[in-house]
Design a protein around this ligand. Structure first.
Ligand code: BES
Ligand code: ZN
Length: 458
């Protein structure tokens, strides 16, 4: 390893944080159309940065939705090619009053930087920008060929990404995908993620009458949609936490004894986990440990409910409608389309005749699990050790990055998930932050990663 590269990273530690703030200040919330201009500004910012680093063909590739940032550096003749993927869009910030400092005014407190997107995912992408800058500015080269794509719709279901990948197979041809959009197992416990859950997201709409009604005048003679919806939702799982949709578990790959043994070795304290979340007691599917429930088993969750009067005071009303957003996290080899179909069919079947029920299938994504016996995983493990002073553990995560399965399916590429977030980074929640010690070690690790990949061949 060229010491100039690492020295550059150490001496520019504070500048890196100031530069990161510029990107974090741009409110690139993909879910809200009022931020469309900001989303584009965040993409432009990344293009400018990549061009400044010395990347070629840095620019926006248009899609029917938000643009994809693309740039390349292809001068490492004979070396492998890395395809880096990340996302520049962020989640909405509500509830805004729970933020200690405003989400788009990045602020450092106690060695952590607070801002929407700090961990998910701009801060982690920026960590690679800085590792690339260290290589290019200090040696004039990269150890590998490098292509980068940054998406602006990851947080809203990546609607246009698969088509972009399928239409640009040559442009994106590579040997391995690198992504930093996951977390470490715990503070001081670096890890490489080898599994992600998939997702099937649906909305249930129930209507009982043309309009809201006086609950005294009409209540008792017709169905209450809020109550009917609650009854239906309560039927979706049994008392042991098992999902009661027929066929739901058909394709679930069972946990092997070997994998269960590995899970048991992970340093995990259930009591501390519950305490830190403020949960009085943990619960979940019978027969599985908390860690297994969190990543290796499928789930069904209600993400939101809407019905009737929820304002101040009391209003006697029979709501005309009720709505629930329900999503299911999936594990190999469940297929999101099939699961959404089974869900819709089952919800219709258990609906009483007293209401109209509509089920809308929203976005989804396939689950993913990597084999660990590829040289790129070893390259990543060595890099983590160089950056964090400790060998990584191998873990599965419960979140989803649908494109990882697409890279495998469409381009035939393995992915290395090189995430440095922490479980308490509060991604998607108020006071999202990134640990600056992790960020700094991550820049060092990423610089090593490219060199290690240069020495790895499948
Ligand atoms: N960075 C997350 C994915 C993630 C979260 C991985 C936690 C591992 C642990 C990503 O930005 C995300 O939130 N993805 C969405 C995908 C969905 C919209 C299809 C998710 O998991 O909800
Ligand atoms: Zn996210």
């Amino acid at each position: 390893m060229d010491t100039k590269v690492i020295d550059f990273i150490h001496t520019h530690r504070d500048q890196f944080v100031e530069q990161m703030k510029d990107w974090l200040r741009i409110p690139s919330v993909s879910a809200l159309s009022e931020h469309a201009g900001d989303v584009r500004a965040a993409a432009d910012w990344a293009v400018g940065e990549l061009a400044r680093l010395g990347f070629d063909n840095a620019g926006l590739r248009e899609t029917p939705g938000n643009p994809i940032v693309y740039a390349e550096w292809l001068k490492a003749e004979g070396a492998p090619t890395v395809l880096y993927y990340g996302h520049y869009d962020v989640q909405p910030v509500d509830p805004i009053d729970l933020w200690t400092t405003p989400p788009f005014e990045p602020t450092v407190r106690d060695g952590e930087i607070f801002a929407r997107g700090a961990a998910d995912d701009k801060g982690q992408v920026f960590m690679h920008f800085k590792a690339l800058e260290a290589w290019l500015s200090q040696t004039g080269r990269l150890p590998v060929n490098f292509k980068i794509i940054l998406e602006g719709e990851e947080e809203v279901g990546s609607k246009n990404l698969d088509a972009f990948i399928a239409a640009n197979k040559d442009l994106l041809a590579a040997d391995v995908v690198v992504i930093s959009d996951t977390g470490m197992f715990d503070r001081g416990v670096p890890s490489i993620c080898y599994g992600l859950r998939g997702l099937a997201y649906c909305q249930i709409d129930i209507t009982g009458s043309h309009t809201d009604l006086h609950s005294g005048q009409f209540g008792g003679a017709l169905a209450n949609p809020a109550f009917t919806l609650a009854q239906m939702l309560s039927q979706l799982k049994d008392r042991s936490g098992r999902i009661k949709i027929p066929g739901f578990y058909d394709d679930v790959e069972p946990l092997s004894d070997a994998e269960r043994a590995e899970f048991k070795k992970l340093p995990f304290n259930e009591k501390r986990f519950a305490r830190e979340l403020g949960a009085p007691k943990l619960t979940g599917e019978t027969g599985f440990t908390t860690l297994e429930r969190l990543s290796a088993r499928p789930t069904l969750e209600v993400n939101g409910l809407l019905s009737g009067f929820t304002g101040e005071g009391a209003k006697t009303v029979l709501p005309a409608k009720a709505m629930a957003k329900v999503s299911m996290r999936l594990v190999p080899n469940q297929d999101p389309d099939r699961i959404a179909d089974l869900f819709a069919e089952h919800v219709k079947k258990i609906a009483p005749k007293t209401v109209h029920v509509e089920v809308t299938k929203m976005h989804g994504g396939k689950p993913w699990k990597a084999s660990l016996d590829n040289p790129f995983v070893r390259a990543a493990a060595g890099a983590i050790e160089a950056g964090f002073g400790r060998e990584p553990l191998f873990t599965r995560e419960g979140g989803s990055i649908p494109v990882v399965a697409s890279f495998q399916d469409i381009l035939g590429l393995p992915s290395v998930l090189f995430g440095i977030g922490l479980p308490d980074d509060r991604i998607h929640a108020p006071n999202e932050k990134l640990d600056l010690g992790n960020f700094h070690n991550g820049v060092v690790a990423a610089a090593h990663l490219y060199e290690n990949i240069a020495g790895a061949r499948e």
